[in-house]
Design a protein around this ligand. Sequence first.
Ligand code: GDP
Ligand code: MG
Length: 219
Amino acid sequence: MSEIVIMKELLGENKKIAEEMRSFYRERGVLMVNIMGAPGAGKTTLLKALIAELDRRGVNTSVIEGDLYSSIDADYFNEKGIKASQINTCGECHLDAAVIREGFDKAAIDHGICFVENVGNLICPAEFDLGDDLRIVCASVPEGDDKTYKYIPMFSYVDAVVLTKCDLKEAVGFDTPYFTKGLRALSEAPVFEVSLNKTGEEEGIPALADYIQGKFNEL
Ligand SMILES: Nc1nc2c(ncn2[C@@H]2O[C@H](COP(=O)(O)OP(=O)(O)O)[C@@H](O)[C@H]2O)c(=O)[nH]1
Ligand SMILES: [Mg+2]
């Protein structure tokens, strides 16, 4: 069982802590990647595939898992030999920079990529700087193609969008140009289309890994 960090309160000075921590992560050669998205958007599934791909490429990774309760996801990564810590927010709808500092203590690496899986929510996480370098939102196809019109702060905040569950596009009638048009009104963030279904077919992971590894190499 992973050790769990309980998020007791939100600190008002979040931005200040985030800036301090960004410098700290930089000094250690760590790229902090904040993965956001609705519950069930495919964040954990994406992280599993992405980390396996980066591992094959020899890139050092760790994970900070944010969930309301449970340590299932951190346990999975620890069992795979990936350093992972679990933050339980006990009802809070987002993570903040101070709690990520604690999570990093338990999943500390040097010269690598630390992924944060934020709490499933398209609203609050866009307001809290975690001291991260790269902000990615997972938008899953079954959620609908209108989300870029409805969650404006989130889609304005992110550096990249991962369109997950693309294998379901036809089944749910997802209109990709409509989704992208909404995004382009807010941002030039690149869109990565990914499919990771249970039949084992994987699409889109190498391109996303190239993008993230490129950001790491720029540090
Ligand atoms: N069909 C399909 N299902 C997916 C895909 N990615 C994730 N899922 C499923 O979606 C559900 C939620 O995924 P999960 O990674 O736990 O979402 P999270 O809550 O955002 O971390 C699980 O049942 C996954 O197997 C995908 O690309 N295609
Ligand atoms: Mg998850």
